[in-house]
Write a protein that binds this ligand. Sequence first.
Ligand code: AMP
Length: 300
Amino acid sequence: MSLLVTGSIGIDTVTTPCEVSKNCIGGSSVYFSMAASFFGPVRFVGVVGADCPFDLAQVFNGRPVDLAGLEVRRHSKTFRWWATYKDDMDHRTDRVKLGVLAEAPPKVPEAFKDSQLVFLANKTPALQMQLLDEIEKPLFVAADTMPRWIKGNRNELSELLKRIDCLIINVEEARLLVKQSNLVRAAEQILELGPSIVIVKKGESGSLMCLKDGNKFVLPAYMTTDVKDPTGAGDSFAGGFMGYLAQARKTDFDTLKTAVAYGTVVASFTIADFSLSGLTSVTRGDIDIRLGMLRKFTHF
Ligand code: AMP
């Protein structure tokens, strides 16, 4: 099934308790695409300014990522993100310069308008809906959001939630969205707002998936001591999840559970190094070996 993503392309500066990585490539759609490309083709829609130091064709060289939806704006500035992680490597403070992300969204190429699976990475809900309007008949739409939009753009977000199948968010966002601290209840209340699937990412504690039909699934994170930079874990999780669904060509409960497991495993590779290095150094074979290990760790 065809898979389209739209989100940010970022110039990231990340500070962890041990190291600093300056001006490296990041952005939600970049992590997502790299992760999803292990499973099949990805249609990429994004925008950078003329100051972008990265050649995305080079970044995705040899991977099935179609960059026909990449726009370079001459007089705009690329999105920039600075993040500093606390000692626990789970919490971070950040600051952004939105640049081109504060402007009109990139155009969806004609050839991408028949996309069947769509991932709307973190942007204002209005921009996410604008993109969605361009897709003719999407079969499965998933989205991410963030506290800023939950607090400041609630009406638009409510509209978006009615138009998507799956919301993939973290614990803080889930609690904030429905003002409910119990995560299972929070997920159930989010389901009432529209989507038929909610996935709550719990960082090193794994993830929880709740479906409107009552089905539920929990999975721990992949056990690893190899954590250098958690940036992109959430977007890589989404990329692994959606990439696997596109490859499997179905979205029944068993397939969704395997997709969560693939998302979990791909994210565990992302956090092993800065920027995309954790992902670019592995193969689909490595991912499948780790999936087998995850199965072994969680079976009783
Ligand atoms: P994650 O760690 O999965 O939340 O992803 C972090 C990535 O998302 C970084 O590479 C950033 O460039 C990008 N990012 C962070 N904040 C935003 C934002 N407000 N809008 C779009 N992209 C963002």
